[in-house]
Ligand binder design. Structure first.
Ligand code: SAH
Ligand code: SF4
Ligand code: F3S
Length: 457
């Protein structure tokens, strides 16, 4: 990344004397986590060291605004840091990520949190080194609110914390405008990374010993749509096939695909792959066709079930999903459709959310007569149904053998190790340190709702 080089040496020199430490607080989704790894990479290349929350000098808040709550957390933490600044400690504060793209947040910072040093939008990583250097060395404060649709930076140094699993962003932004969702407003339009850049990243990771790759995007299967005719229809299934060929990579995961774009060619590629994980994240949001229409999801209950059932025909596949309960004016009957899809598909994992109105979205202006208590009640009923079904799914795995990437020692017992199967199930088993980072065959012996126990065979 060209901009870092200009400030790398200067900041390193400063840091030789000042030895500044950084602390990153990531509030968002996996895309945000991936961005945080890049910020960590940039900071370390500039001579910063990773520190604890208490001792650090640079606080970087990588924010999320997909649901409420995060706002209060951010402003609460800023309040605490203000005290350290007042005490004249060498403390710098940077706020980046999705929340900074919302005007009311920016105004609030400008009005009441003027001690913040840097505020950058979601496509500003390239100017971060310069703004940081100026804030630290010249004490220049800078708020930058850059158009989210343009920039896409390559060759950013990235600092993975895990040694065997790595995430790689393949497409930024979103064009779908689901009516409840703020993401398209704060992340801009879809921009696909060039296949050669992605493949070069993954080749490098494979050489460094990484075994598992998670491909990231708000809608991974619209990958390549923005290439138009440039690359002869290069798309997500083709990218998966190219990654499959990379020696050393054993497990390929991706999230999130959009059910409306989950076509047969993608299902075929998954079926014939030896590396694509037998776990597919298929976000349902609602099981009712009328609510799905109001959400602008562009599929019906039946179309979702059709894709899910095709996927379930792939041996040993598990399906995870996201569900929103209490969308504006969701009726009891409409909610029952969501429960019906849950009973039919038998999801292995469900991320459940109560609808949260986001300023600026279409749904935020819709009338809503459903009480909050009713929404909580629906969430609990959904959770209960999911937990009632889960043991039966897990039991089907008992006696069978699965490939598991050994991640490390189990937290509670020194003799036991933990890993995840291709289905993304946590598996606990006896092993030894030499197997960490390797993929082993494990026969499942018992199920314990949130994890399975097994034996290496
Ligand atoms: N691009 C992904 C979702 C990203 S946001 C997809 O389409 O699946 C992650 C999840 O947050 C969504 O799947 C949705 O379930 C939830 N979510 C998004 N906006 C929300 C809102 N306003 N209220 C509650 N949950 C929301
Ligand atoms: Fe949000 Fe829909 Fe885009 Fe996902 S696909 S990020 S839910 S607008
Ligand atoms: Fe949140 Fe932004 Fe991700 S709003 S969910 S961090 S894309």
């Amino acid at each position: 990344m060209r901009y870092i080089n200009n400030y790398k040496d200067k900041m390193q020199t400063y840091n030789k004397e000042h030895k500044l430490k950084y602390y990153i607080d990531t509030m968002g989704c996996q895309m945000n986590e991936n961005d945080s790894l890049k910020y960590a990479g940039i900071l370390e290349s500039m001579g910063f060291e990773k520190g604890t929350e208490e001792e650090s000098n640079l606080y970087l808040f990588n924010t999320c605004c997909v649901r409420e709550n995060a706002e209060n957390t951010l402003f609460g933490r800023l309040g605490m840091l203000k005290k350290r600044k007042i005490n004249n400690e060498e403390v710098y504060i940077a706020i980046v990520g999705c929340m900074t793209q919302q005007e009311h947040i920016l105004n609030k910072i400008k009005e009441s949190y003027r001690f913040v040093d840097i505020v950058l939008g979601t496509s500003c990583m390239s100017i971060f080194p310069e703004k940081l250097y100026n804030a630290i060395v010249y004490n220049k404060k800078k708020l930058e609110f850059i158009d989210v649709s343009n920039s896409m930076e390559e060759e950013v140094p990235i600092k993975y914390e895990d040694k065997y699993k790595a995430s790689v962003s393949i497409i930024y932004g979103c064009n779908n405008f689901c009516t409840y969702c703020i993401v398209p407003y704060v992340r801009g339009r879809e921009r696909s990374r060039k296949p050669e850049d992605i493949l070069a990243d993954i080749n490098r990771l494979a050489k460094d010993g990484y075994k598992e790759i998670m491909l990231l995007g708000q809608n991974v299967n619209s990958y390549g749509n923005d290439f138009k005719d440039e690359l002869n229809g290069y798309n997500f299934p083709k990218l998966l096939q190219d990654i499959e060929k990379i020696e050393g990579i054993e497990i390929i995961r991706f999230m999130s695909p959009h059910p409306k774009d989950f076509k047969d060619d993608l299902i075929e590629v998954i079926k014939s792959s030896k590396k694509i994980a037998r776990q597919i994240h298929l976000p349902l949001q609602s099981g009712n066709t009328n609510i799905l229409k109001k959400m602008n999801r562009k599929y019906t209950k039946e179309q979702f079930l059709d894709v899910a059932m095709k996927l379930k025909k792939i041996p040993d596949v598990s399906i995870s999903t996201d569900i929103i309960v209490g969308f504006p004016n969701e009726t009891e009957e409409e909610f029952l459709d969501t429960l019906d899809v849950v009973s039919k598909v038998k999801f292995d994992q469900i991320y459940m959310f109560i609808y949260s109105p986001r300023e600026g979205t279409v749904a935020a202006k819709m009338e809503d007569h459903v009480t909050y208590e009713e929404k909580v009640n629906r969430l609990e009923r959904l959770k209960k149904l999911y937990e009632d079904i889960l043991p039966s799914i897990n039991k089907e795995m008992i006696g069978k053998t699965y490939k598991v990437l050994v991640e490390g020692k189990s937290k509670n017992n020194d003799l036991l190790y933990t890993g995840r199967s291709s289905q993304n199930k946590v598996v606990i088993f006896e092993a030894n340190d030499s197997l960490i980072g390797k993929v082993v065959d494990i026969k499942i012996d018992s199920e314990h709702l949130w994890y399975l126990k097994g034996t290496i065979v």
